[in-house]
Design a protein. Structure first.
Length: 319
């Protein structure tokens, strides 16, 4: 069997072998955090005896998730690598099992831009809109803005309203943005299509109103790890609060890994403050806990690291 601690520095070993309770790992660039995360997951399987299907590991991109699955397979030799996914991919897993709670079929559609453009084409033709008024790209941006900021509870209409009720709202709309937005919701409902925003909010809704479903996922996911946590949005975090807040007291263990200096998705709603301290209060962990720190940079020259740290120190004084 592979020695999972071989080649790890002291900080990484501590992160890998600390398996109980809530763990926050603040990891700088090039510090080997992905290596620590994958070795911890393999350590849980090989040394602790946790089944892969009882572990959830969430990362930020499909590419990162695929690479992590390959690493876990190499370390454990198991074809079952558990729930290693993006936030949206995890929500797809929940909805494929429990979409009946919102009266959607298990074979719902996950919409990409080409699907959305096809819907917009129908709306533009029906209501006499032209691309001069708004391009499809601008329309997609407007829809996302409506869902995230201007009409954040839109998903309740999508879940609760009938197809006829959505159609009436679409037909009676007079403002261009409302015509496109409610026309899009109507088209979504017609084909049971969900875009990325819907995946998060539908899952959050189910966890909010269906305690038995929430409890099922809490009990199934004994260990939860979230990578690149500095780029987590408030909406994404709200989903996991439902699993973690009550799950921790029921035996669930969690590890959050991130670095606020690498937060680059604020424009998409990410909130680094969750990692930087708020997470303790929101989980009900009022006793201060020391964060594990992976500080040794294995990737960059010392001069680059020192310059980077100096730059961030200056930014902190300005902010």
């Amino acid at each position: 069997m592979i020695d999972l601690l071989e080649g790890l520095n002291e900080q990484q070993r501590e992160a890998v072998t600390t398996t109980e309770g809530f763990i926050r790992v603040v990891a700088g660039a090039g510090s080997g955090k992905t290596r620590a995360l994958t070795h911890r997951l393999a350590y849980l399987v090989n040394d602790i005896g946790i089944l892969p299907r009882n572990i959830l590991c969430v990362t930020f991109t499909n590419k990162a998730a695929n690479e992590m699955r390959q690493r876990i397979h190499q370390l454990t030799g198991a074809n079952d690598t558990g729930y290693i996914n993006t936030f949206h991919g995890f929500c797809v897993s929940v909805l494929q099992e429990d979409s009946h709670a919102v009266s959607y079929p298990k074979n719902f559609l996950v919409l990409d831009n080409s699907d959305i453009d096809a819907m917009l084409e129908i709306i533009y033709e029906e209501r006499g809109l032209t691309l001069r008024a708004m391009t499809f790209g601008d329309a997609r941006d407007m829809i996302e803005n409506q869902k995230l900021f201007r009409k954040p509870e839109y998903y309740k209409d999508l879940i609760r309203m009938t197809l006829d009720e959505l159609y009436e709202k679409y037909q009676t709309a007079t403002k261009k943005d409302d015509i496109i937005f409610y026309g899009y919701l109507h088209q979504q409902k017609k084909c049971f299509g969900l875009d990325y925003n819907d995946l998060l909010l539908f899952t959050l809704y189910i966890f909010s109103v269906e305690p038995d479903i929430k409890r099922k996922w809490q009990e199934r996911l004994e260990y939860i790890m979230i990578d690149e946590f500095q780029d987590t949005s408030r909406m994404q975090w709200d989903n996991f609060l439902h699993i973690l807040r009550e799950g921790l007291s029921g035996g669930n263990e969690s590890m959050l890994v991130g670095d606020v200096k690498q937060a680059i998705y604020r424009w998409r709603g990410s909130d680094w403050r969750i990692l930087n301290g708020e997470v303790h209060q929101e989980l009900g962990l009022y006793t201060p806990r020391e964060a594990h720190r992976l500080a040794a940079n294995r990737r960059s020259m010392r001069e680059i690291v020192e310059f980077n740290n100096h730059l961030f120190d200056r930014c902190n004084t300005l902010l």
